[in-house]
Design a binder for this molecule. Structure first.
Ligand SMILES: [Zn+2]
Length: 198
């Protein structure tokens, strides 16, 4: 039976027995007979398709700062060479991009749209952005990580040009460039090596 037929069959024959995903809590659209798990022992689950995919293939994430990394300052400063390098990192890691730059704020919508366009031209999508909180960048990154489904993040790096004290708590994940040079070939290699370690 196809999954869609199975769903219809379940809805007709087992109304009210809607199986919920153990990770995200959403209905899986499945019943006991066709439940899916992330492991052979059927301990991690039952799961929905999306959560199983994340369990089997957890994400690598780069938290991206833009000014001093991809831009030498503002939208006009976005650098083609750095964007090309960044796209290469994302492809080779491969990783998802989570924006943690000032550019995610509502007053930077135009800059963000431009960044999005430039990345998309290079085959890279922005996956998400960190929440905007009162307690600084490191806490916003932690808050974003805490919102993810268990087991869905394989590893992450924080790419920044500002080795501030508040980021020190994430030092095992920090890759720092200088605000003068931004993302260089050397830093790109470091990022790829770092994300392929796991
Ligand atoms: Zn789920």
């Amino acid at each position: 039976m196809h999954q869609s037929d199975h769903e219809a069959w379940n809805a007709k024959n087992y109304p009210g027995t809607r199986q919920l995903c153990a990770d995200c809590g959403e209905p899986t659209g499945r019943c006991e007979d066709d439940s899916i798990y992330a492991d052979d022992d059927r301990e991690i689950g039952p799961l929905c398709e999306k959560c199983r995919e994340l369990r089997i293939n957890p994400m690598k994430v780069i938290f991206l700062d833009v000014d001093g990394v991809l831009s030498s300052g503002g939208a006009e400063g976005l650098c083609g060479t750095r964007l090309d390098l960044f796209a290469k990192v994302i492809r080779e890691a491969p990783a998802r991009v989570v924006l943690s730059s000032l550019w995610r704020h509502p007053h930077c919508t135009e800059q963000r749209m431009l960044l999005q366009r430039e990345l998309r031209r290079r085959g890279v999508e922005l996956h998400s952005k960190t929440p905007i909180g009162p307690k600084g960048r490191a806490n916003e990154i932690r808050a974003w990580l805490a919102q993810q489904e268990p087991g869905s993040i394989a590893d992450f790096v924080v790419l920044d040009d500002d080795p501030s004290e508040e980021l020190a708590g994430l030092k095992d994940h920090l890759v720092i460039c200088t605000s003068h040079d931004g993302l260089t070939e050397d830093i790109a290699r470091q990022l790829i090596a770092r994300l392929n370690r796991t």
